[in-house]
Design a protein. Structure first.
Lengths: 621, 596
């Protein structure tokens, strides 16, 4: 468990802040506190759990006392043994009854606290999942998948454990500590004072141990991750390793990490080797004190031997709770640290969705009016002074170097980002005045890297339109030139693809993505036309699919293929976020400007080869 | 991953013995630890006895001074226990960590020597598992598992012996409760394990769904799929929750079960002990000692019940690890291998046959002569054998028949080092290691100066880009570094090859994954690189192919066409058709003319 909790140990939750006028105490566990309302629906379970704690502690308190009764009664009885057997049987029955109640109490505790915390965890995961799905692209672009995943998995688990076993042990500890000490004080306060000296020391040692070992476990986790990364890299790059004949260097790299791993492990071993026996020793010292002091009391006849046995029994009860304190605190503090990270994530702003307008049908006229865009926390404009006027059904090709702002521009239309200033209108309505889901329902996108989900092809195509009939799906697949290869797959449309299924080539994925977009039957289409490696046959088929897709729709296309550029109604040439040229292919070529240069660089060569082939052929013909 | 779960219930003695042989170098430390462990067991057995003596012989009889002396001895024993405990944990873990270190090291070094055939047949994930979780499965056993289990047994036997010495009948009475505990730990634990496995499986499902949802979030938003995805996540979340709940239910039954065992054994001790106390056959001290001893049953029995699992896990792990270690590399340097002198570049394929699995031939009778400095373009459909040809040239595999020579040297008779150092290979998927730009470049030439690195970066036209990076050459790239586009990564891997300055170049679809801007850049760099070097270029872009000196067209493992660009075009066969296909996207009237 400790391995999974390998997160930050925060040394002090109590922190004194001095701020000019005075000193105030930072609230204990400031972040974890915020999640207490999440427990409210499960109040009953927690109450049951607390009831279980009461059952356990109260019944347990009787056990050492029964020892005293037995020992003292028997010793006091002297030669009069009558009735003792009955007494013993009675005690046994009481013990059994109490024991059963205690067992039941333990059951209730676990079911209560852990049952509730599992539900809290489940709720929290759902909440986070929903939140993350609705965060804007800017967030996702700057956050790694793994990071978000660890929020939803391990951080939620840390909070859950703090609210589950963490809280249970805390409550148990407090209940035992207070009640046992109260009884001990009641029996003999001097005796109690002397013998419980070791407890604060054990608690202190326990906390100190966690303070040492938690960061080490954290470090170990990091090193294991690094170790795995090195192995992963080596194995997946083995062709390069062998081609460069670098096996020796790789072994050196591995040895270094293997050594570090060994060292960190040994540091943990040393810490354990020091603290565990130390805590054992301190615990034993508690009993030595009882013997020393209690023995004297008994000998001097101030205490009965039965009381000494009972005393020992009570102190034994505290041994484990006391030793667990460090662990409990670290568990709860980890929960707090996790809560801090989760709170931060939950505070990420979603796009405001305040627009109320819902349109059933649109014409597909789009205008960019003086649009400026910069990413949040950046002063640099990614897009500057963009003005575009698109009539329904037009094809707009965007051309420009990597980083010129093409992708950002098209992503403003479905509001994956909001403009910084200026506005974008759809059929004359500012897109921010439309309901977000309504706006996006009119737009379909084909991305450059087309992610398919690990489910059947049929469901992947029906992604935006889950109620589509099979016939509709087949129709769009045909239009996307995908029907052919899909039918050749082992289970046709029911073949599972993605991580858990068969792998498809880039071209095949793209055609399924086109089908997916077609099925949505949008008025506005955004294409990031990829240049992924596909052979000529496939490229030709994709071409046909795209033609089908663009028919009668307003289309924005980030163009890498000459074909898409030539057929565009407007070509927009972007450079460093500004529109530098605008017009049709022939017009722009004639201008002999920026477009002409890009054209020559990217496609001119192809045309010249083409001409050369023609000449060759004519020569040999 | 699922079918890779460790199998249970089967212990292979051969592998277990072999695993234990790794402990041999530490026999001395093991003997010492064994003695330490014996001493510790003795101490934990002895101390309740001493307490009994203190109560019965001194406290009950009012001998305070003697009691003090005895308590003094007790303290000494506890101090000894403290020190010995420290020693035991340290020594046993040290031995275990050493063994694990050595196994990892051996395994990794062995993996570096294994040839491609092994990697072809073993998924990356599985190999990583060998080095991580399979080795972890051994760690308990080698970190003093056996010694600890021995001490647990000793403890159990010791407790029972002492109890018998203290009071025979009370011992019998107490032992009668043991079967409950044993049943709980054996029967129950199995169920618990099963439910935990279920928790892990559902957690994996959850992770996969999350991973996909997060990386696909853009698609989700574009298609308004948030609600639907949430529904699906809820289902998976629910089944994970149910699995956790089931395992909690089991725990919430196990713990009270242990408690009931405690109660029963205490009742037995109190009732029977009390009865004999009445009869005067037993002392208070004995009862106190019995209570302590029954409490001590718990640990050893639990650990013993888990020992079988530890052995099973270790045996399964050992089998997997040793199976890899026993895999012989099928490519070996000939004992009389010579250094291949600096390559001039005359490459000859002489009637080469090759298959990956020994059944289905991939290359069938390849004959090819390449003169120094020539560029050979290899074209053909996927699966035609293009990459196999390149693999044979690097001697990643040996041909089944025929031979390949460079400057008259048979590849089988030269050292790997001298061969591969002179060959530059660039793959379709550019591969960078996590590390800085410089570290990645030094992969090509270990002792390169910064000047040389910059030169080669400039040659492929990525120098300016690198200069603009936050820390230039020291900027980390790869998984943990700045994100580079496919094209930029490919350019870096080209630069790495330029730095290595190989005599023979192999480009395996190296320009397939890059955008048109980058391609132009690489074209220019390539022209310079290819001059004066023999090169094999696998490509499907005409712009790359047409400048080659020889173009060979592979189909089903055979060379079906061979010649220059214009020769093959005139031939009007396969190459011609492939070329034409590239121009279909030019919607100009010329296309119609050509197809007519």
């Amino acid at each position: 468990m400790i391995y999974y909790l390998g997160l930050k140990w925060r040394r002090a939750t109590f922190r004194l802040y001095s701020r000019g006028e005075g000193v105030f105490v930072r609230p204990i566990l400031p972040y974890l506190q915020r999640y207490i309302p999440n427990l409210r629906p499960y109040k009953k379970l927690y109450l049951l759990g607390i009831l279980g704690v009461i059952f356990e502690v109260s019944t347990n308190l009787f056990t050492p006392w029964s020892m005293k009764l037995v020992v003292d009664t028997i010793l006091a009885s002297g030669s009069n043994k009558q009735g003792l057997t009955l007494f013993l049987v009675r005690i046994a029955f009481i013990l059994l009854a109490l024991g059963l109640i205690r067992a039941w109490g333990i059951y209730l505790q676990i079911m209560g606290f852990e049952g509730a915390s599992q539900r809290v965890g489940k709720d929290l995961r759902e909440k986070l999942y929903d939140h993350i799905q609705r965060l804007p692209f800017a967030f996702h672009n700057s956050t790694r998948t793994g990071e978000i995943m660890s929020r939803i998995t391990s951080d939620v688990n840390c909070i859950r454990e703090a609210f589950g076993f963490g809280s249970l042990f805390m409550v148990l500890f407090i209940a035992y500590y207070i009640s046992v000490l109260a009884i001990l004080f009641y029996i003999n306060w001097e005796f109690t004072l002397v013998t419980s000296i070791t407890m604060p020391i054990i608690i202190y040692t326990g906390i100190k141990y966690r303070g040492k070992v938690d960061p080490l476990f954290e470090k170990l986790q990091e090193e294991i991750a690094k170790f795995t990364a090195i192995v992963q890299e080596n194995i997946s790059g083995i062709r390069i390793v062998k081609a460069f004949f670098k096996e020796k260097r790789e072994i050196q790299r591995f040895t270094r990490e293997n050594n570090t791993l060994f060292d960190v492990n040994m540091k943990i071993v040393k810490t354990n080797a020091f603290y565990h026996p130390l805590m054992d020793f301190l615990t034993s010292m508690g009993f030595v004190l009882i013997l020393l002091y209690g023995g004297k009391e008994v000998i001097e006849d101030r205490t009965s031997i039965g009381l000494l046995v009972a005393f020992t029994g009570y102190l034994m009860m505290l041994v484990w709770p006391v030793r667990m304190v460090g662990f409990i605190l670290s568990m709860i503090q980890k929960g707090d640290a996790a809560a801090e990270r989760i709170t931060k994530l939950l505070e990420e702003k979603r796009l405001p969705d305040t627009g109320m307008i819902e349109l059933d049908h649109i014409r597909g006229e789009i205008r960019f009016e003086n649009v400026y865009f910069s990413y949040p926390d950046s002063n640099e404009y990614v897009l500057e002074d963009i003005n575009i006027d698109v009539k329904p059904g037009e094809v707009i090709a965007l051309v420009g170097a990597t980083g010129s702002g093409k992708s950002t521009l098209v992503q403003l239309i479905p509001r994956f980002f909001d403009v910084t200033s200026g506005r974008i209108t759809l059929d004359g309505i500012d897109i921010r005045d439309m309901r977000l889901s309504n706006l996006r329902s009119h737009i379909a996108m084909v991305f450059q890297e087309n992610l398919l989900f690990s489910t059947t092809i049929r469901e992947n195509i029906a992604f935006g339109h889950p109620d589509a009939t099979f016939e509709e799906i087949v129709n769009v697949a045909k239009a996307a030139q995908a029907d052919g290869f899909i039918r050749e797959l082992p289970n046709g449309y029911d073949t599972v693809v993605g991580e858990r299924g068969i792998g498809l080539s880039g071209g095949q994925r793209q055609r399924i993505a086109i089908a997916r977009a077609l099925l949505k039957n949008p008025k506005i289409l955004i294409l990031d036309d990829s240049t992924s490696s596909v052979d000529q046959e496939t490229e030709h088929e994709i071409q046909k699919a795209l033609e089908n897709l663009m028919y009668n729709r307003t289309t924005f296309i980030i163009a890498h293929r000459l074909f898409s550029v030539k057929m565009a109604d407007q070509i927009i040439v972007l450079e460093k976020g500004k529109i530098v040229e605008k017009g049709k292919h022939k017009e722009l070529l004639a201008k002999n400007g920026f477009y002409r240069r890009i054209y020559n660089l990217q496609w001119g060569q192809k045309e010249s080869i083409f001409n050369e082939i023609r000449e060759n052929l004519e020569e040999y013909a | 991953m699922h079918n890779d779960e460790l199998e249970e219930g089967r212990v292979n003695h051969y592998y277990l013995k072999r695993l234990l042989s790794y402990l041999k170098p530490y026999w001395f430390q093991l003997v010492i630890s064994f003695i330490v462990v014996l001493a510790i067991t003795g101490i934990s057995l002895l101390s309740p006895w001493i307490i009994k003596v203190i109560i019965d012989s001194y406290i009950m009889k009012g001998k305070y001074l003697e009691m003090l002396r005895m308590v003094g001895i007790l303290v000494l024993i506890y101090v000894a226990g403290w020190i010995l405990g420290n020693l035991r944990t340290y020594m046993l873990s040290l031995i275990g960590q050493r063994v694990i270190f050595r196994l990892r090291q051996e395994l990794f070094e062995h993996l570096q020597n294994l040839s491609f055939r092994f990697y072809d047949n073993t998924p990356v994930g599985k190999i990583i598992t060998r080095l991580t979780s399979d080795i972890d499965a051994l760690s308990e056993l080698v970190s003093g598992g056996i010694i600890n289990i021995f001490s647990e047994l000793l403890m159990l036997v010791g407790i029972i012996v002492i109890m018998f010495r203290l009071h025979m009948s009370l011992t019998w009475a107490t032992l009668s409760t043991l079967p409950i505990l044993i049943y709980m730990f054996t029967g129950f634990e199995r169920k618990l394990l099963e439910s935990e496995r279920n928790v892990r499986t559902t957690a994996t499902d959850l992770n996969i769904n999350l991973q996909e949802s997060i990386s696909g979030v853009r698609v989700t938003q574009a298609f308004n799929r948030e609600e639907r995805n949430l529904e699906r996540f809820k289902e998976i979340n629910e089944s994970h929750f149910q699995a956790c709940l089931r395992s909690i239910k089991l725990i919430s039954l196990l713990w009270p079960g242990v408690e009931i065992f405690w109660i029963l054994s205490s009742i037995v001790v109190v009732v029977f002990g009390g009865y004999w106390l009445i009869k005067g056959q037993i002392t208070v001290g004995i009862i106190a000692a019995f209570l302590t001893y029954t409490g001590n049953f718990f640990g050893p029995i639990r650990n013993l019940s888990q020992f079988l699992q530890i052995i099973q896990r270790a045996s399964a792990g050992a089998e997997k690890i040793f199976t890899v270690l026993d895999t012989k590399p099928d490519l070996k340097e000939a004992p009389d291998a010579v250094e291949l002198p600096p390559i001039e570049g005359r490459v000859v394929f002489n009637n080469v046959y090759f298959s990956y699995d020994g059944i289905e031939p991939v290359l069938k009778g390849i004959n090819l002569v390449v003169d120094p400095g020539q560029t050979v373009a290899i074209v053909g459909h996927t699966g035609a054998g293009k990459t196999s040809l390149a693999n044979l040239l690097c001697r990643f595999y040996d041909p089944d028949e025929g031979c390949i020579t460079i400057d008259g040297y048979d590849l089988k008779k030269v050292t790997f080092r001298s061969l591969r150092r002179q060959i530059g290979l660039v793959l379709q998927e550019p591969f960078l290691f996590s590390g800085t730009v410089r570290e990645n470049m030094l992969y090509g030439k270990e002792d390169a100066t910064d000047q040389e690195i910059w030169n080669s970066l400039d040659i492929v036209g990525i120098g300016d880009f690198v200069r603009r990076l936050p820390s230039a050459l020291d900027t980390p790239v790869g998984e943990r570094g700045v994100s580079l586009s496919m094209g930029q990564r490919q350019l870096l891997s080209f630069a790495r090859m330029v730095l290595a300055n190989p005599k023979l170049l192999i480009l395996d679809e190296a320009t397939a994954n890059i955008d048109t801007d980058t391609e132009v850049q690489i074209q220019i760099a390539l022209r310079e690189l290819l001059s004066g070097r023999t090169a094999f270029v696998i490509a499907h872009r005409l712009s790359t192919i047409r400048e080659a000196d020889i173009i060979i067209v592979l189909e089903n493992g055979k060379i079906v066409e061979k010649g220059t660009h214009s020769e093959l075009l005139v031939l009007g066969n396969i190459y011609y058709r492939m070329s034409m296909a590239q121009f279909r996207d030019l919607p100009s009237p010329d296309t119609e003319y050509l197809e007519a």
